[in-house]
Write a protein that binds this ligand. Structure first.
Ligand code: SF4
Length: 326
C-alpha cells in the first residue's frame, strides 16, 4: 500500500523535575515508535491508560512536537512543511474525540457546529450551509436536527454530528480517539458500522485509538499494541489475535475472550501485575516485571524492533518461544 503516515523511531519525552535535588527526569511517553499507516486501511491502536497512545495521536495530529524524529504525512516531513502544506495537512486529517460533548459547543446549533470548520477555512456561508446539510446526510441523520442544540440530542446522535463535522472538510485521514467508549453498548455497533461505511465510500484511512479490544477486532485491518511508550507489536488483525508474537499482546488477548457485545466487562481486559507507570520505568524491557517469559537478559537490555517480511513487527527477545508457546 501507499504510505499516508510514516513514523521512524519517533520519540516524545516530557521532562519532569523530581525529588529535593530537582533532578531532571524524562517521561518517555512515546519511545522509538516505528509505524506506517497505508492509504485506505484501518489501524487500531490499543493500550492501557499510560501506554502513550494518546500522546502518539497528538504527535501525529501535530498538536505537540516530537522530541526526536518527525511525522511524515503523504511523503511530507511535517517538521519542514511549508505553510501551504500545513494548511493541506489540517484539511486532510480530521479528529473525533471520545466525548461528543467536548467536540461540540453547547450553545451552537448542529448546523453552525458542522459549518464552523468550513467558515474557518474561508468558505462563503451559503456554500458552507449546503455542505453541512450533505455532511449530516452522510451520517444518516435527518435534516430536521440541523437546528437542534447538543442538549437535545442523545450520545449516539452527538457522535454522528461530531463525525459529520469531521467529514465536512473532506479529509483523507480520520483519527478516532475512543469513538464509542462514551456510548451505550447498543449504540456502539451502529457508530462502528457507520464508520466502516464511510471508510469504504471515501477510501478513508483511520487510526482508531482505544482500550476496547472488541472495537479493535471489529474495525481494524491491522493492530498496533503499545505498552509504556513502546510499540510492542504491530501486525494484521488476524495474526495479532490468533498468533500474537509479544507476551503482552498474548496476555491482552487471553484476558479478553471475544465477548458478546451486550455482555462487556471492561475489568476483564485488565491484566495481572503491578499497575503501569511511565514514571519509574523498569530497566531493560519495560514489560519484564509482568512477563511470564522474562529471562535475566530482559531486565538488562531493551529488545529491538523486529520487522518481518509481511510487515508484522514485534519488540521481544523471545518471540520465537512465544509463538511455540514454550
Ligand atoms: Fe518478556 Fe523479555 Fe520479551 Fe520483554 S523481551 S516481552 S521481558 S520475553
Amino acid at each position: 500500500g501507499e504510505a499516508v503516515i510514516e513514523l521512524n523511531n519517533l520519540k516524545k519525552y516530557f521532562t519532569i523535575n523530581k525529588g529535593i535535588k530537582r533532578k531532571k527526569n524524562y517521561v518517555k511517553a512515546v519511545d522509538d515508535v516505528t509505524l506506517t499507516i497505508n492509504k485506505g486501511e484501518i489501524v487500531g491502536l490499543v493500550g492501557e491508560s499510560g501506554s502513550g497512545k494518546t500522546t502518539l495521536a497528538r504527535v501525529i495530529l501535530n498538536l505537540t512536537k516530537p522530541t526526536d524524529s518527525h511525522v511524515v504525512f503523504n511523503g511530507i516531513n511535517l517538521s519542514k512543511a511549508t505553510r501551504k502544506e500545513m494548511k493541506k495537512f489540517r484539511t486532510d486529517v480530521a479528529v473525533v474525540f471520545q466525548d461528543p460533548a467536548s467536540n461540540l459547543n453547547p450553545r451552537s446549533t448542529v448546523m453552525s457546529s458542522i459549518m464552523r470548520p468550513l467558515i474557518l477555512h474561508g468558505m462563503p456561508k451559503k456554500l458552507a450551509k449546503e455542505k453541512a446539510v450533505k455532511s449530516l446526510e452522510l451520517v444518516k441523520m435527518d435534516s430536521r436536527y440541523l437546528n437542534s442544540y447538543p442538549h437535545q440530542l442523545s450520545g449516539g446522535q452527538l457522535q454522528r454530528i461530531a463525525i459529520a463535522r469531521a467529514l465536512v472538510l473532506e479529509p483523507k485521514v480520520m483519527i478516532l480517539d475512543e469513538p464509542t467508549s462514551a456510548l451505550d453498548i447498543s449504540v456502539q455497533a451502529q457508530i462502528l458500522n457507520l464508520l466502516l461505511d464511510l471508510q469504504e465510500s471515501f477510501n478513508l484511512t483511520y487510526l482508531v485509538i482505544t482500550h476496547d479490544l472488541n472495537v479493535i477486532r471489529y474495525i481494524s485491518d491491522r493492530i498496533a499494541v503499545m505498552y509504556l511508550g513502546k510499540l510492542v507489536e504491530f501486525g494484521p488483525t488476524d495474526e495479532v489475535i490468533k498468533d500474537p508474537k509479544h507476551p503482552y499482546t498474548e496476555g491482552l488477548m487471553a484476558a479478553s475472550p471475544i465477548l458478546d457485545p451486550h455482555d462487556r466487562d471492561k475489568e476483564k481486559y485488565l491484566m495481572e501485575g503491578a499497575p503501569v507507570s511511565l514514571i519509574n520505568l523498569p530497566t531493560g524491557c519495560n514489560f519484564h516485571p509482568r512477563c511470564p517469559y522474562a529471562t535475566k537478559d530482559c531486565a538488562n537490555e531493551a529488545p529491538q524492533n523486529i520487522i518481518f517480511p509481511n510487515g508484522h513487527q514485534v519488540a521481544c527477545f523471545r518471540y520465537e518461544s512465544i509463538l511455540k508457546k514454550i
